[in-house]
Design a protein around this ligand. Structure first.
Ligand code: ATP
Ligand code: MG
Length: 456
């Protein structure tokens, strides 16, 4: 059911449905026009025939004895045409004439339903002259899909005729349904082709935009096809180029600033040695060392950023496991609970390692130990790092991602960081289309490194 729904919402589905709807509406309009036209044509044909018959019946009646009248009338009456004789033309009284005509019709061998013979008070008699100069009076009975006729036989006798065939519209022939079916089929085929021509490039665009969001290198889209599609592809390619340049320029500027700050810091450091007051000198040098560390870290980060690593398929279980083993070998207390068997994921493995390392380092540094695990989510996966430390209060959880922000306690403990670890981790995860989130864990801080899944 949901697959049908998805298909109906797709470009191809919508296109086909709209085409078929258009076909249906046009055919319905055609059919109504066809029906009305056909009914009119049949009636006209019938009228000429019945008039001719009535005229001959009238002339026959004129030539025979009155005893034979009933015989003649019985022989000429059919299911839909009834003849009867009156000593009056009755034609001024259209409603009572219709009443009589109805009675006659109901007497026929195949009478129409009485309910279909509704009296038409607006019907008017028309006079017309047919072959041999016979003057015929005719009453159009639209509702009955028929008409009435009055023909004088002689001065004292009139022949009355009624023809009625309500609801007598013929169904369209089977060839009509066949042609309708073939048209629908052709339209569906054309729709599929057109939708494919439009849909394929759109799918490519979606896939490229998704990959770009995950930080993968994306081939420029082919700028082919209809004008609108070509323009969209060109716009996407330009956007991709500008984005990449923008990021590169920012990184380059960050690297230049940190690099250029090193010289004045070093010269200030040299001059500081000459300060006389020992306490001031110590503080000054400590501050300068801190500045130096900050610029060095920034520079290192900028260098890493600009060294473009390409995305690869790696098994995240293996990647995390090896990192944890390496850190464990350095004496850090790190444990890892792997996820399902293999977790192949497209990412920049070195960058991801660095991000995870920063978070594990924090857990060990501020929370005693790091417990790493891998959790599959509907929209991707989380690499979770928990510790047993004091955690971070809710109001500080966003702030700690800002560069050089270190919370008071850690500053006091003189742990040596500069406050870039989390901002680097977040920058790396965001360039993968994911993010880093901080939460309260069971016994300390819970850090989630979220990686988005690949849209199928
Ligand atoms: N697991 C944690 N438990 C408690 N506090 C933490 C934890 N992780 C980070 N913090 C706090 O957030 C601050 C910012 O962390 P971040 O990793 O960005 O910098 P840093 O660890 O101080 O320095 P760097 O990582 O650059 O060496 C830390 O100084 C610390 O106060
Ligand atoms: Mg850190």
């Amino acid at each position: 059911m949901s697959r049908v729904w998805t298909w109906m919402r797709s470009l191809t589905g919508q296109w086909i449905m709209l085409m078929l709807l258009a076909l249906l509406v046009s055919q319905m309009v055609f059919y109504f026009i066809y029906r009305a036209e056909q009914a009119r044509a049949v009636l006209e044909l019938r009228r000429d025939e019945v008039v001719a018959r009535a005229v001959s019946v009238a002339s026959l009646v004129e030539t025979v004895q009155p005893e034979l009248y009933p015989e003649i009338l019985r022989a000429t009456n059919t299911g839909v045409v009834r003849f009867w004789l009156e000593g009056d033309d009755l034609s001024e009284e259209t409603e009572s004439w219709q009443q009589k005509a109805r009675e006659q019709l109901l007497k026929s061998s195949r009478p129409p339903a009485a309910s279909e013979l509704v009296t038409d008070s607006k019907a008017r008699w028309q006079t017309m002259t047919v072959e041999n100069g016979v003057v015929v009076r005719m009453l159009n009975l639209k509702e009955w899909n028929g008409f009435g006729l009055v023909i004088p036989v002689n001065e004292r006798l009139w022949l009355h005729t009624v023809y009625a065939k309500p609801q007598s519209v013929a169904r369209p022939p089977w060839s009509y349904y066949l042609s309708l079916g073939i048209t629908a089929l052709l339209l569906t085929l054309v729709s599929v082709l057109v939708a494919r021509r439009v849909g394929r490039p759109l799918q490519k665009l979606t896939a490229s935009a998704e990959s770009l969001g995950r930080g993968e290198e994306v081939e420029p889209l082919p700028e082919v096809g209809a004008d609108d599609l070509r323009r969209t592809a060109a716009a996407f390619n330009r956007m991709q180029l500008r984005l990449r340049r923008f990021v590169e320029d920012r990184t380059r500027m960050m690297a230049a600033i940190s690099h250029d700050l090193r010289t004045p810091i070093t010269s200030m450091r040299l001059r500081a040695e000459f300060l006389e007051d020992a306490e001031t000198r110590e503080k000054f040098i400590a501050s300068l060392d801190e500045m130096k560390a900050m610029t060095e870290s920034t520079l290192a980060f900028a260098r890493d950023e600009s060294a473009t690593e390409s995305t690869r398929m790696v098994d995240l279980n293996a990647l995390i496991e090896s990192l944890c083993e390496d850190l464990g070998a350095m004496g850090w207390e790190v444990s890892f609970t792997p996820g399902p068997e293999r977790v192949p994921w497209r990412c920049r493995p070195n960058a991801l390692r660095r991000a995870l390392r920063n978070v594990i380092e924090n857990a060990v540094r501020y929370g005693g130990r790091a417990m790493v695990s891998l959790e599959m989510q509907i929209d991707g996966l989380d690499i979770v790092v928990e510790d047993e430390g004091p955690g971070i209060s809710a109001e500080d959880r966003e702030r700690v991602f800002d560069p050089f922000v270190r919370l008071e306690e850690s500053r006091n403990r003189h742990t040596g960081g500069v406050g870039l670890g989390l901002s680097i981790a977040r920058s790396i995860l965001r360039s993968h289309g994911g993010d880093v989130r901080l939460d309260e864990g069971a016994s300390g801080l819970r850090v989630c490194l979220h990686l988005p899944g690949v849209e199928s």
